[in-house]
Write a protein that binds this ligand. Structure first.
Ligand code: DX5
Ligand code: ZN
Length: 218
């Protein structure tokens, strides 16, 4: 049996931004482990979300670690700014660079944790050389850019593949999954070996947020 502790990362993209402080307090009180912040530039993904001022504002609202998902064509330009805004970890997409090693080093040099993100079409093998150089790998279970999409079941085999690789390396790299997570898909992802579950719509549309967080966890 695997004994990895599962962590839940509500995605603020699905929150009511008119009541940001209350929404952050709700998930923090409900037992969230991290806050997932989806930053989109309209280039790497065909959508815009929010940027540095919102990250700074959220930093002042919570002590939860800020798991910052950078959907940016040129993340290297903004890494220090997101650190200064209060991010704890920066997630960079493998697709933006043929060799992500300099990006990973740049994140670590800033004193932050680094997560490498794979879009659904990116072979998991592309991440193998970096699995013991990052704290976390993120398997997208939807095309990045929008909340509220359906979970792509092919993500399960990809999680299991990365779990086998990470275990074979003896590494403790976390595996995060993002997109279409609800209690049912969360269970399948945990069974495949994911340890960090991102959920936007499921959490922020729940009538009972604490109960939803608990059911995603177990
Ligand atoms: C999509 C984002 C996700 C999104 C998840 O580009 O990376 O984090 O907010 O939303 P749900 O949980 O609604 O699929
Ligand atoms: Zn995300």
């Amino acid at each position: 049996m695997r004994s990895h502790r599962v962590r839940i990362a509500p995605s603020l993209l699905a929150a009511d931004f008119g009541h940001l402080a209350e929404q952050v307090a709700l998930v923090e009180a409900g037992g969230a482990d991290l806050l997932h912040l989806d930053v989109m530039d309209g280039h790497f993904v065909p959508n815009l979300s929010f940027g540095l001022p919102v990250v700074e504002a959220v930093r002042r609202l919570t002590r939860l670690p800020l798991d910052t998902h950078l959907m940016l064509a040129e993340p290297q330009r903004y890494l220090a700014a997101f650190r200064d805004a209060g991010a704890d970890s920066l997630s960079v997409h493998l697709e933006v660079s043929p060799d992500p090693a300099p990006l990973i080093d740049a994140v670590h040099d800033l004193g932050l944790q680094c997560c490498l993100v794979l879009n659904p079409a990116t072979p998991t093998a592309a991440a193998y050389p970096y699995l013991n150089r990052v704290e976390m790998v993120l398997v997208m279970s939807v095309e990045p850019g929008f909340g509220g999409q359906s979970f792509q079941p092919a993500a399960l085999g990809r999680i299991a593949d990365l779990r086998a690789r990470i275990d074979a390396l003896g590494a403790d790299t976390a595996i995060e999954v993002d997109g279409g997570i609800n209690p049912e898909t969360a269970r399948a992802c945990r069974q495949a070996g994911a340890t960090v579950l991102v959920a936007g719509s499921a959490v922020f549309r729940a009538a009972d947020v604490a109960a939803m967080l608990q059911s995603l966890r177990s």
